[in-house]
Design a protein around this ligand. Sequence first.
Ligand SMILES: NC(=O)c1ccc[n+]([C@@H]2O[C@H](COP(=O)([O-])OP(=O)(O)OC[C@H]3O[C@@H](n4cnc5c(N)ncnc54)[C@H](OP(=O)(O)O)[C@@H]3O)[C@@H](O)[C@H]2O)c1
Length: 337
Amino acid sequence: MSKINRVWRLRKRPVGDITDDVLSFEEESLPEPSDGEFLVRLNYLSLDPTNRIWMSDTDQYMPPVELDAPMRGIVCGTVVKSHHPDYAEGTIVSGLGVWSDYQIATPQTVTPMGDTGAVPVVDAFSTFAVVGPTAYFGLLDIGKPKVGETVVVSAAAGAVGSIVGQIAKIKGCRVVGLAGTDEKCTWIQDDLGFDVAINYRTEDVPKRLVTACPDGIDVYFDNVGGEILDECLKLMNFEGRIPTCGLISHYNATEPVPGPYNYAMILMQRLRVQGFIVLDFAERYPEAIAVLGQWMAEGKIKVRTEIIDGLENALQTVKKLYTGANTGKLLIRVKDV
Ligand SMILES: NC(=O)c1ccc[n+]([C@@H]2O[C@H](COP(=O)([O-])OP(=O)(O)OC[C@H]3O[C@@H](n4cnc5c(N)ncnc54)[C@H](OP(=O)(O)O)[C@@H]3O)[C@@H](O)[C@H]2O)c1
């Protein structure tokens, strides 16, 4: 085992885009687990849009990362030293950790991955740790799509959005996705089976949404907020549902984001707009993993993971989420399991 631990620490709160001086990458000595704790060596680090939220000192669903503290992240790692009877060395765990090669964990922060069967650990972590359950509960519990309805999803070639669209197809819906490049649009339409893909950066979104949704929108799965939310509000049907999953167009904003201007549609069309955090459904994760796993095995859901090697690349890689340079789930690999 190395005696050196490389750690990303939050040094400055970002204003606007994440800049290079926001985090520092330093060599430190290995932490020592106390009773009830164990030392985990990082295998994979999930990079998520919420990383930018955690860096900010704003009201959020968890305390922000403190200045000079290690950067928080969703991690998958291997127990290498244990002072906990239930976590033997060699146990593969996942959960909430930090951006460092080695870290102290407890049963409150991580849980064993268990036997992932024929599914490689990296794929199980990539799909089931966060984004699969987010898509599953957000769409099915909050969006409640019915056969024949129209579901629109933004950031549709991203980790959550690409799964949302495919679940909506399984449920017999017409599915329209918005994404930021032609390559992404081709992928979700030709490979994932979306009915229509709209490149929101190059196409006339209001016009394209009207033609793509001739019967209006019943469910708008919102990953981005901002102008796309506003355009979708205009087309919402009576008693439509809007699961508010994320607001990525707001995360790097330096001024409050105005709108939505079509807010009145919530009243006129008796809409339900509900925010959720996937952690709200933590007790039902096994259900989501079982159903999604079955759909994946049957070829009904395809996932894409973009793996970048090296913890030293975490800062440059996380920026991709806010420029649209990623397709599917973005992970850092430190060491394969
Ligand atoms: N509520 C929860 O518990 C929960 C859990 C996980 C994720 N989320 C949220 O779900 C959303 C998607 O997360 P993810 O992990 O699946 O990430 P992702 O979609 O794989 O990556 C983010 C994507 O958002 C798009 N994007 C970035 N800036 C944008 C902007 N200004 N306007 C429109 N699109 C923009 C980019 O794709 P384009 O090329 O299409 O622009 C980018 O690839 C995020 O808002 C995230 O915060 C919520």
